[in-house]
Design a protein around this ligand. Sequence first.
Ligand SMILES: Cc1cc2nc3c(=O)[nH]c(=O)nc-3n(C[C@H](O)[C@H](O)[C@H](O)COP(=O)(O)OP(=O)(O)OC[C@H]3O[C@@H](n4cnc5c(N)ncnc54)[C@H](O)[C@@H]3O)c2cc1C
Length: 302
Amino acid sequence: MRLFDRAVVRVLPAVPRSVVRRVAAPYIAGETLDDARRVVRELNAAGIRATVDVLGEDVSRSEEAEAMARAYHDALATIEAEGLDANVSIKLTGLGLELDKALCRTLVEAVVDDGARRGIFVRIDMEDSSTTDDALDLYRALRGSGRDNAGIVLQAALRRTLDDIATLADLRPSVRLCKGIYVEPSAIAFQEREVIRKSFVACLDALVDAGCRVAVATHDEWLLGQTLDRIPRLEAAGYELQMLLGVRVQRGRELVAAGHPLRIYVPYGQQWYEYSLRRLQENPGVAGHVAKDMLGRLVPGR
Ligand SMILES: Cc1cc2nc3c(=O)[nH]c(=O)nc-3n(C[C@H](O)[C@H](O)[C@H](O)COP(=O)(O)OP(=O)(O)OC[C@H]3O[C@@H](n4cnc5c(N)ncnc54)[C@H](O)[C@@H]3O)c2cc1C
């Protein structure tokens, strides 16, 4: 990322929320389930699957976690009723992990069970490294109680991930593999781009060797190349490519045209701010986008 873009990333939290909202608009379906339904329908019409994410994390009251769970039950009901080719992605902190672990587990089990009744898969997103053990423990408990429609995410940036793959291998987990978005200390996570890429490939190979179904979640062309080189091996247990709504849209279409299964992560909800910041921080042209929007506000009619 260029120097100016890096500087803008650092000051992003000081950028007015209204600007963040507008610049991040392509990354979010909208504020309502109906917005998500419309976007998923459009993706499905283009031969693309979706995973629906209700925005919201770090809740501070049990009522908020329960409201989040209700939003997921509504999303599952809509996916089933409309016959959408979609599943859901949940965040444990949004379901109360840091508030009350027992409540979180109860809510997650109910969402996974609702998904199972409707034939819909539920993926547990991975958050920062303070939650990794809890997420893996909960995932193991879900699978141990026969909830096989649950999947997990592993982050190639974390030094522990190869060990986690070895530990989880007996479950033959369905894993979304991604680099990992959270800023972590170097004792916990690799910091250099090339090292993270190498780790990603090593994790991918380890998952394939363990017979896991892998969802390869990246927009990194080099990693996509590594993935495509491994298609025959990935096909054995099943695979899909995953991308985020609004990122490398054209490349996604090309992958679908070439016959690859692609799933797009479709976030929606009123709590769009944290997610938007993370997406903008990864946008290589963030400075230009923010500057253009701010200029547009200063120069009416431009
Ligand atoms: C479907 C999906 C689910 C994910 N789930 C999780 C999760 O549960 N936990 C977690 O920690 N992380 C998750 N991530 C985020 C992931 O960890 C990375 O932070 C993110 O994908 C960027 O890494 P990359 O591999 O795409 O490579 P990068 O090197 O960051 O990106 C490659 C290229 O993609 C383009 N690009 C990437 N992001 C943007 C953007 N915002 N705007 C414009 N262009 C962009 C640029 O051209 C960039 O050079 C998920 C990612 C995806 C695709």
